[in-house]
Ligand binder design. Structure first.
Ligand SMILES: Nc1ncnc2c1ncn2[C@@H]1O[C@H](COP(=O)(O)OP(=O)(O)O)[C@@H](O)[C@H]1O
Ligand SMILES: [Mg+2]
Length: 206
């Protein structure tokens, strides 16, 4: 059966596309992994489709538009979904029924933590499959423990949060510009950025 992992959020610019793209790459790099397909559902921005189009070397996974999803899905071992910018709550609830994992990236600031808590409660009230939903802290300062604190605050409030905290590195922005996975960016911090992605992929356990 195809494993479906979705990245979604109620706000844009929080790292859905960045995490979906690199996680797809980390999944594809695993030994014994079957074909990995990334569906770019953000028809307004098309980040992942754009990055794949700019890729200087072939990516280890396929990036497709939603209208191609049905055919591609049948051949994929793992389907990674990068959702549109601000999906309606009902669409997010439906996503928790169709995907085994629904990842909610969240920045480390108090404002972002509160917004994520609000979304978690809204999903709970709407009877989403909360066992499949997990927050991941993204863009944490590499120095200090702000990211870990955000994670632990949310956990203290009953929210499921990945142990892995994704640190903010300019290598992620460079990767998007170059159309490559962050591990392939010529930057001294690229290996640290990739280590975060690998740890997250391991934790998602697809
Ligand atoms: N961990 C990170 N470190 C540094 N920059 C990041 C990180 N995650 C995302 N970004 C940057 O933040 C911006 C928004 O990310 P993106 O993945 O496009 O968000 P979304 O898909 O949620 O709108 C992009 O410029 C991206 O390069
Ligand atoms: Mg995006």
């Amino acid at each position: 059966m195809t494993q479906v992992i979705a990245f979604t959020s109620s706000k844009g610019g929080i790292g859905k596309s960045t995490l979906a793209f690199n996680t797809a790459g980390a999944l594809a790099a695993r030994s014994g992994a079957g074909p990995v397909v990334l569906v770019d559902e953000d028809t307004a921005i098309q980040s992942c489709l754009g990055w794949a189009a700019a890729a200087p070397v072939p990516l280890p996974f396929l990036v497709i538009a939603p209208d191609q999803a049905r055919t591609a899905a049948s051949s994929a071992a793992v389907l990674v979904i990068d959702t549109e910018g601000r999906p309606a709550l009902a669409d997010m609830v439906a996503l928790t029924e169709s995907a085994q994992r629904v990842m909610l990236p969240c920045g480390p600031s108090g404002l972002e933590v509160r917004a994520t808590l609000k979304l978690w409660h809204a999903l709970t009230q709407a009877e989403a499959e909360m066992g499949r939903v997990q927050v991941v802290i993204n863009k944490a300062p590499p120095v200090g423990t702000v990211g870990q604190q955000a994670r632990d605050t949310l956990r203290g409030l009953g929210v499921k949060v990945c142990t892995t905290v994704i640190r903010a590195y300019t290598a992620h922005q460079r990767a998007a510009e170059l159309g490559v996975l962050v591990r392939d960016v010529p930057d001294p911090r690229a290996s640290s950025a990739w280590a975060d992605i690998e740890a997250l992929t391991e934790e998602i356990g697809a």
